[in-house]
Structure formats: C-alpha cells, structure tokens
Design a protein. Structure first.
Length: 386
C-alpha cells in the first residue's frame, strides 16, 4: 500500500486533540524555571513535576488495553481529554507544590490517554500510511506545543506571576472540539468477547522498547531543562530562555509535517537512524554553544531530529506486537512514563550537584543507545490494518 492518505475529519479531530495536550506540554515543560521561581524550589523538587507526568504515563499504560476494550478508541480519546482538562484546571488554581504535583499527575494521565489512543486509532485507520499520517498529526500537535511555549513565555515577560493562566486557553478549545468534532452517530462500541488484548510480547519488542525509552528520555530531558542550560550559557532571563525554546518546538513541527513526506521512500528503520543522527549533531552544537543565535539554530536542529522519533518508534513497537496494538501502545506508554519520570528528574539531580552543563552529558549517551538498538533490532513489517 502506498504511503498516502486523506486528511479527513477523523485526521483533523484526532490531530487537534493531540494539539490541545501539546499546548500544555509546550507551555509546561520549558516553564520549569518559572515554576521553580514561583515556588522557591530546587531543580530536584521542580523535576518532580516531570516525575509526576511519568508516573501518570505508567498508569495510563497499564490502563490502556482495558479502557480501549471497555470504551472503544473513539470514546476513550474524549475521556482522556476530559481527565486532562480537569487536571489542568486544578494545576492553575493550586499554586503550592504539594498541590501542583497531584494536578500534574492527573493532567499527565489524560495527556497519555489522548496520545496513546491517537497512535492506535491512526495505525488502524491508515495502515502502512500511518508512517506519514502519525508524524503529520504530530506536526499539527507541534503547533499547539510552539503556541504554548511562546504564549507562556511571553506572559511571563509581561506579567511574571500570571503565566499559568495562559494554560487555561486549552479548555475552551477542548470544549469546542468536543461539540464540533465528535462522532455523533448511533454506533455503539461492543467490547470484544475475547477481552482486552493481553499475552507475552517478544524479546525483540522489549529490546526495541528500551530504545524507545532512550528516545523519549533524550526528548524530555532536552525540552524540560534546555531553557536552564541556555540561561546558564548566555545569561538570559528565565522568561526569555523559555521563549527561546520555541526554536525546539518549531523544529519538531517542521520535521513532523514534512519529515514523513521527505523520507517516505526510505525504510522505517532508515528514517529513524537519520533523524537520531540529526538530533545528535544539533545537540552537540547546542551543548557547546555560548551564543544565543547558534543555540537557537542548534535547538531547531534538535527539534528536527526529535520530531518523528516518538511516532516511528511507536510504529516499530506495534510491528513487534503480533497484531495487538492496544497492548503494545500500553507498554509504550509504560516506557514513556519511565522516561518522563526519570530523565528530567535525574537531570535535575545531576544539575544540582554538578551543574546543568555537565549533567547534560547524559543526553548523548541516550542518543547512542537509541541509535544502536534501531541499528541492530530491525523492525517487522507493519500490518495494513491492526
């Protein structure tokens, strides 16, 4: 089957759901220095918010096969968006760290449910063309990510103590999408009589799963703390450094929208190796830079490299699932949770003890692990419809 698809109502609805949660991720991740300033905490304590998101992803991973079986993928996506919205409102309304941590947990659970459902529903809907469709849906999501980063950083410059209010703009968009985009047909989801997808996954799956963790760890370590490294290297303020991370999100958006088209004639694993290499080159330049202009260009390059890794690594894992995509994506979410919980927190701990610059040495190590596993564990052919 050719890697072409139609951007129908399904595509735009699912892509916009993902853009809404990415608006939050784009504003929340790079704003860790702002949150730390508000709450007067260390890098380690601030990093616990990333840990909370990771734990939420782990919970979502275990829940995914059962919830998909019970509610169906279409309905589950809306449930995830509702949970996300509830957690976001709680986060904005709860300034102290002992309240923002559980709020982040709830928001992260809803975020993971939305993203997990996007992966499985698009894999089913588009088959082989999902290699292009999923990155492009993530490209739409990057618009939300960049908007969140730019908006929250700008608010922080103009109104330093009101930056969290900007996150609330995700809520009216979510309500409007639900009213306009949901499937209003009378079709009722009937759970499969065989029960939720279950069983053992292959050794290749679990090795590739480790590579997936390395990919997500390097992405979140970069997005959470690159503003702090930029501030340390070029002496910019926390707010300006947060806005500067727009370069990272812009690279991710460009890569997700155009990358699948540019690389569509290459095999899945070749695409992965190419973009991981690009990430390494961009990160090396960023880590060595003491110039704002070079740092921004490097972050753009890192964003291009990161852009398709989540989508393509997830498709690789689905290819190892023996026709059980909901189970595979559940385990994928578990891996993402470990990465999100561990990488930003570990980098924060290392940053407190050795400085953020030295701490960032962990990122090229993660990149090397991801590259090696893709190189030596080739993917299986993905089914037309799974």
């Amino acid at each position: 089957m050719p890697k072409s698809f139609t951007r129908d109502r399904f595509f735009w609805t699912v892509a916009t759901q993902t853009a809404i949660v990415n608006f939050y991720l784009g504003g929340f991740g790079p704003a860790q220095s702002l949150l730390r300033a508000d709450q007067g905490t260390s890098l380690t304590i601030a990093g616990l918010h990333g840990t909370a998101m990771g734990v939420a992803s782990i919970f979502a991973g275990y829940a995914n096969p059962r919830m998909a079986h019970r509610f169906g993928r279409e309905r589950l996506s809306w449930i995830g968006l509702l949970i996300f919205s509830s957690g976001l409102a709680m986060f904005v309304a709860s300034p102290p760290v002992f309240l923002t941590l559980p709020a982040t947990l709830i928001t992260g659970f809803g975020t993971s449910i939305v993203i997990n459902t996007m992966l499985t529903s698009m894999s089913h809907h588009y088959g082989k063309a999902a290699e292009v469709a999923i990155p492009q849906a993530n490209g739409i999501a990057s618009v939300g990510f960049v908007t969140g980063t730019a908006l929250i950083g700008t608010i922080a410059i103009v109104f330093p103590h009101l930056w969290r209010l900007g996150l609330l703009l995700a809520l009216p968009v979510a309500v409007t999408l639900f009213l306009k985009g949901r499937n209003k047909s009378d079709e009722v989801h009937i759970p499969d009589e065989s029960g939720p997808q279950s069983g053992k996954l292959s050794r290749k799956f679990w090795i590739a799963w480790i590579g997936f963790i390395a990919c997500i760890s390097s992405e979140f370590a970069t997005s959470f703390w690159s503003a702090s490294l930029l501030r340390d290297r070029v002496g910019s303020t926390a707010a300006i450094s947060t806005v500067a991370i727009v370069a990272l999100g812009t690279g991710m958006g460009i890569g997700r929208w155009f990358g699948g088209v540019v690389l569509q004639n290459f095999k899945l694993d070749t695409q992965m190796l190419a973009i991981i290499s690009l990430q390494f080159l961009g990160f090396t330049s960023f880590w060595l830079s003491h110039s704002m202009i070079i740092s921004l260009a490097s972050l753009l390059c890192v964003g291009l490299g990161i852009s398709m890794q989540f989508a393509l690594a997830s498709i690789r894992l689905i290819s190892f699932s023996d026709g059980r995509p909901d189970l595979a994506i559940g385990r994928t979410s578990l891996g993402a949770g470990i990465a999100i919980a561990g990488a930003p927190f570990l980098l924060g701990v290392l940053g407190d003890n050795f400085g953020i610059s030295r701490a960032y040495i962990m990122v090229p190590v993660l990149i090397a692990i991801a590259f090696g596993i893709v190189k030596f564990i080739p993917s299986n052919t993905v089914q037309e419809h799974v």
